[in-house]
Every structure is written in C-alpha cells, then in structure tokens.
Write a protein that binds this ligand. Structure first.
Ligand SMILES: O=C(NC/C=C/[C@H]1O[C@@H](n2cnc3cncnc32)[C@H](O)[C@@H]1O)c1cc([N+](=O)[O-])cc(O)c1O
Ligand SMILES: [Mg+2]
Length: 228
C-alpha cells in the first residue's frame, strides 16, 4: 500500500488537529499512535519528563538528534521563549518532509509575512537540518553561528548516542551546565552511552523511570548535566 507510517500520522493530524494549535497536533499524534498505529515518538508519558526538563533548563539553544516526525520537536518548541533556537537533525528526507508539514499544520514554521500579523519579537525558530548528525555536528558552529547548546535531546539510532556525545564534546558545543536528555536508555537501551555518562567525572547523571511510548513496558530517560 502506497503510504508510509509517517504519512498516515500526517494525514490523521491534517484531518483531526486544529490548524495552528500545536497542542492539538501533539495530542492527535498521541491518540493515533495509542489507538491506531504505534510509532517511535517519545510519547505523552516520557514527554512530560521532557517538558519538565525544558522548563527547568530554560534553554536558548536546543539541539535534537533524530527528528523523525517532529513530535518531540513540537513538544520542545512550544515551551521555548521567543528568540530561542531549536535545531533538529534528520537524515531521512521523507521523515524530514513529514515533520515539516506537521510543523506547518501546528503553525510552528508558517510565520505570517504581513506586518500586522507578525507576532511581537522573534518567535521560536525550528530549524530542521537534513543530514547525518556525525557530518552536521562539526559544521554547526560555522553554519548556524551557535557557540554552545544549553539542551540536547538525543533520540536517534541508539548506537549513535555515545559517538555523537563525544563529538559534541570535541566540537566544543557543550558548556558547563549544558543538559543532555536521552530517550530510550532502558528500551531499546543505550548501554554504552549510559555507562559513559554515569561513570564520567564530566557528567552528573540522573535516571527518570517511565514507560515506553504507548505501551506498558519499562523505559526511561537519562538527564546528564555536563560539568565542563
Ligand atoms: O530506534 C528508535 N529510534 C531511532 C530513531 C531514529 C530517527 O532518527 C533518524 N536518525 C538516526 N540516526 C541519525 C543520524 N543523523 C540524523 N538522523 C538520524 C532516523 O532517520 C529516524 O528518523 C526507537 C525505538 C523504539 N522502540 O521501541 O523500538 C522506541 C523509541 O523511542 C525509539 O526512539
Ligand atoms: Mg525514542
């Protein structure tokens, strides 16, 4: 059948979520994935932990590794103050396209050009970069004029968590106090990443137990503060 799972999510959202209402897009994805078809979004339970960490960190510069359909991108973006920048990296052009259309439906990207409707001051900018994190991370300073990230949400291939964290360190993209939040450290698991952030003197790490999105399976997220 010609459609992909991300396309089925997009079509459901376009049919049932209110235009310009990011919360209704988020809850439409959650209801589709809990009632119709599972998908690897961080989901509503772990999403509440993500929300709490974003609000506590009050980040100005956020990086997300692994956009997929953009569910967590939207969860984060809705909590950022104007002027903040959210960079999300996705290597799959189809997923990136679906995410962009979901952002438009949520009113995240579609900034009205006419002056009278333009919101006061800059709104949060979601910048979706198409490409592999290992290639793009070393280019971020030059390309985006961003020096350090205050918060990094890690949710891409689990084998890439550790190498990309090391790369972020080597590229000088973390400052003392930068927060890494990693999804799925229990299921599917990221054992080498966990071992590293829990044993390295350069991180203070904390596990937040939860459940795998839309299922009764144990999962959790790991919050690791970089100490410089
Ligand atoms: O496998 C999981 N996530 C992998 C996510 C992968 C997403 O990140 C992109 N990507 C990967 N490396 C990349 C490098 N650079 C850019 N994008 C990249 C992939 O194109 C995909 O959009 C997963 C699996 C389960 N599960 O229950 O099985 C539950 C979850 O919550 C999960 O996150
Ligand atoms: Mg995940």
């Amino acid at each position: 059948s010609g459609t992909t799972r991300p396309m089925r999510i997009l079509h459901y959202v376009q049919r049932s979520a209110k235009c310009g209402d990011v919360l209704s897009v988020i809850s439409a994805i959650d209801s589709f994935c809990s009632k119709v078809e599972w998908a690897m979004n961080v989901g509503d339970k772990k999403g509440e932990i993500l929300d709490a960490v974003v609000l506590e960190t009050r980040p100005r510069y956020v990086l997300e590794l692994g956009t997929y359909c953009g569910y967590s991108t939207m969860r984060i973006a809705r909590l950022l103050p104007p002027g903040a920048r959210l960079i999300t990296i996705e290597m799959n052009s189809h997923y990136a396209q679906v995410a962009k259309e979901l952002f438009q439906h949520a009113g995240l990207d579609a900034q009205d050009k006419s002056a009278e409707k333009r919101p006061a001051g800059p709104t949060c900018k979601v910048e979706l970069l198409l490409g592999s994190s290992s290639v793009l991370i070393p280019q971020l300073k030059k390309k985006l004029d961003i020096d350090k990230f205050d918060l990094v949400f890690i949710d891409h291939w689990k084998v890439s968590y550790l190498p990309d964290t090391r790369l972020l360190e080597e590229c000088g993209l973390l400052k003392s106090g930068s927060v890494l939040l990693a999804d799925n450290v229990t299921c599917p698991g990221a054992p080498d990443y966990l071992e590293y952030v829990r044993n390295s003197p350069r991180y203070r790490s904390q596990y937040f137990p939860s459940q795998l999105e839309y299922l009764q399976v144990e999962d959790g997220v790991e919050k690791s503060v970089f100490l410089g």
